[in-house]
Design a protein around this ligand. Structure first.
Ligand SMILES: NC(=O)C1=CN([C@@H]2O[C@H](COP(=O)(O)OP(=O)(O)OC[C@H]3O[C@@H](n4cnc5c(N)ncnc54)[C@H](O)[C@@H]3O)[C@@H](O)[C@H]2O)C=CC1
Ligand SMILES: CC(=O)[C@](C)(O)C(=O)O
Ligand SMILES: [Mg+2]
Ligand SMILES: [Mg+2]
Length: 355
């Protein structure tokens, strides 16, 4: 394990140099990895593992859209693509990559195939941590591990194809064979992770639910809306308000943060901007800190899990989500965004609605 100093705290992490692909292949040489679920993470992890030389099969419901998607991706019915029960039977490592609500529904189907010595793999600590709500309690004689890419499955696949990787956390919940940790790391390397950091199932789900509800997705969208509304209310055009709220952030400033940190992005802006940002950052922190505390509490009490399970288990959950996403897409802010994106120089060839 590499000991790395993360801002003053020494952490032991796994890098690709010390755990190369050949080692991962060696650890898993006798395993058949069955990917159950082919939504966002499923295809990314299945294809990366396959391209890296692991023995992979996919389990899907016949006749579903995702079955067809798997066929398009080169999985062959009867050879590498099976119905869920058959894949779970053949697999020695079961990658449970259904949606977190879907895992509850499919658990009784999967459980009988989790026989002694097999491995159950998750990319989220949800099902295990909130077991009172999910009913997911694995048999004691199997390994239960996690490798959770810290990014969308779409990026897991895209970055893999570019020779890059998404960082992932890994964890062991249950070690029946004595080699659960090696397997977790090998799977994390196999799915194309950057570096791997250790966690446990509870910490993974608490941080993940906080992150996606917070700065990564929820908070960012809320802050965009608030600023955009204020600019519009003060007579600024949609074009000006969108550029000053979103486009400049994603196209100019966040890539600089990604490259070399916040102070470096600041240093590449005007002294006027730096002065104001350093002053206002404190106010924004003070204003949002209580909201983040409330959010963490809602995660830790299981409230967020309860809401997720209740809403995402309803038969019409997809339609309901689609309606909410449509509302977001059709809001003035994101319609302005669509127009701004179409005007990017690299999109000039694409159709631009001229009025
Ligand atoms: N979406 C992502 O990029 C990330 C997801 N994860 C985790 O990976 C796991 C898989 O997530 P996603 O790929 O987003 O899942 P998803 O929402 O795309 O669903 C995966 C599959 O489950 C099926 N499914 C959903 N509900 C079902 C039900 N009730 N019965 C049977 N099948 C059902 C869907 O049709 C789909 O094929 C989850 O634990 C998630 O938290 C972790 C990191 C990122
Ligand atoms: C992409 C990711 O890691 C998330 C936001 O946590 C998720 O999709 O659940
Ligand atoms: Mg996440
Ligand atoms: Mg998540």
């Amino acid at each position: 394990m590499a000991k790395i100093n993360f801002g003053g705290t020494i952490e032991e992490v796994v890098t690709r140099e010390e755990f190369p692909m050949e080692k991962a292949l060696q650890v898993l040489k006798n395993e058949t990895i069955a990917i159950i679920g082919y939504g966002v993470q499923g295809p990314a992890q299945a294809l990366n593992l396959r391209d890296n030389g692991f023995k992979v099969i996919v389990g899907q419901r016949k006749g579903s859209k995702t079955w067809d998607k798997a066929v398009e991706h080169g999985w062959v019915p009867g050879e590498t693509l099976f119905d869920i029960e058959e894949a779970a039977k053949r697999g020695t490592i079961i990658e449970f990559l259904l949606s977190d609500a879907g895992q509850i529904a499919l658990w009784p189907t999967i459980k009988p195939f989790l026989t002694k010595g097999k491995t159950l793999y998750f990319s989220h600590g949800f099902g295990i941590t909130f077991k009172e709500q999910t009913g997911i309690v694995p048999p004691a004689d199997i390994d239960v591990v996690l490798a959770a890419p810290k990014g969308s499955g779409t990026s897991v696949r895209r970055l893999f194809l570019q020779g890059k990787g998404i960082n992932s956390s890994y964890a062991v919940f249950q070690d029946a064979t004595g080699s659960a940790k090696q397997k977790a790391i090998a799977l994390g390397i196999g799915v194309g992770s950057g570096y791997l950091f250790e966690t446990d199932f509870k910490k993974e789900v608490y941080s993940d639910l906080s992150g996606e509800r917070g700065t990564l997705m929820g908070a960012i969208a809320g802050i965009f809306e608030a600023q955009y509304e204020v600019l519009r209310a003060n007579g600024h055009s949609p074009s000006e308000a969108f550029n000053e709220t979103v486009e400049e952030l994603t196209q100019s400033l966040m890539p600089l943060v990604a490259e070399n940190g916040m102070d470096w992005m600041y240093a590449n802006c005007s002294t006027t901007a730096q002065r104001g940002a350093l002053d206002w950052k404190k106010k924004f922190k003070a204003a949002t800190l209580p909201v983040f505390q409330e959010l963490y509490k809602s995660v830790a009490t299981g409230q967020e899990a309860k809401r997720t399970i209740e809403t995402c288990s309803k038969p019409d959950y997809r339609e309901k989500l689609a309606e909410e996403l449509k509302e977001l897409r059709e809001s003035e802010l994101w319609q302005a965004g669509a127009a701004v994106r179409a005007l990017r120089p690299e999109k000039q060839q694409a159709e631009v609605t001229m009025i």
